[in-house]
Design a protein around this ligand. Structure first.
Ligand code: ADP
Length: 242
């Protein structure tokens, strides 16, 4: 019976994986096709004299091209291959310091929406196993999301805590929050709670998948708590030592 159950579980997870892969390729094609189609139709309209190649029309084509470019960049950032993973030299780093530095870099962006950023640093710095570049990418991804999904005059709070084995960095916002039904999927590639809304904010649904991947590459993990209309709290857990 135990063996049978294990077999069933395995079959189930294989089916799940192939379903995920199918969704992923479908999503990539869809994401690439949309801007491409727009660019193509503009160019055809210019060629056929239906549309004048005026500045504003050309701007629209450029915008679509930029979107394609961003998508390709995001895709590149998504996979740390095994080589990179091995080349990754995890070091004991002053995490509080690194996170604060990166957050300060993003403060001006938050200020554009009058969002206040508060960083509650512990009295003594926490250090953990990490890679400087990856920490920067993880923090910037979370803060850019906080910016995108928090209304004007909101608040973002960064706090630190330390357990026996892990250091936790929490990034909380007073944004729109995420419905419980969507929460399990937001770390999946290309998953967006509201595709039409995130299209307007330029999201491609890859940011959190990158965060998860990078945290795992550092031997850590990420989780989230969220309440619709109240806000979200993303927590990054870093290993204190090997
Ligand atoms: P995107 O590029 O669409 O922002 P992400 O992978 O970064 O993609 O996030 C996936 C989805 O999770 C987003 O589309 C959004 O619906 C939701 N999300 C992410 N961060 C937040 C946040 N801080 N507050 C509310 N919703 C969020």
């Amino acid at each position: 019976a135990v063996l049978g159950e294990a077999m069933n579980r395995m079959a189930g997870s294989l089916a799940e994986q192939s379903e995920l892969r199918r969704k992923l390729t479908g999503n990539i094609s869809h994401e690439l096709r949309t801007p491409l189609t727009t660019i193509q139709s503009y160019l055809e309209a210019f060629r056929d004299g239906i549309l004048q190649p005026k500045r504003e029309n050309i701007e629209a084509v450029l915008e679509e091209a930029a979107r394609l470019g961003k998508l390709v960049n995001d895709l590149q950032g998504l996979t740390i291959d095994s080589y990179e993973r091995e080349a990754l030299k995890l070091k004991q780093l002053p995490l509080t310091e690194l996170v604060t530095q990166e957050a300060e870099r993003i403060r001006p962006l938050l200020q554009q929406k009058e969002i206040t950023l508060q960083i509650e640093k512990p009295v003594a710095d926490f250090s953990a196993l990490a890679d400087e570049t990856l920490v920067e990418r993880v923090i910037s991804n979370l803060l850019i999301n906080a910016y995108k999904y928090t209304p004007q005059k909101g608040k973002v709070l960064i706090t630190f805590s330390q357990g026996n084995e892990e250091v936790c960095v929490a990034v909380a916002d007073t944004g729109i929050g995420i419905d419980a039904e969507h929460l399990p999927y937001i770390f999946e590639r290309f998953y967006r709670v509201d595709p039409s809304r995130t299209r307007a904010t330029g999201g491609s649904g890859i940011g959190l998948a990158i965060v998860k991947e990078l945290m795992e590459a550092m031997g850590g993990r990420v989780d989230v708590d969220s309440k619709p209309q109240h806000g979200s709290c993303f927590r990054l857990y870093f290993k204190r030592s090997k």
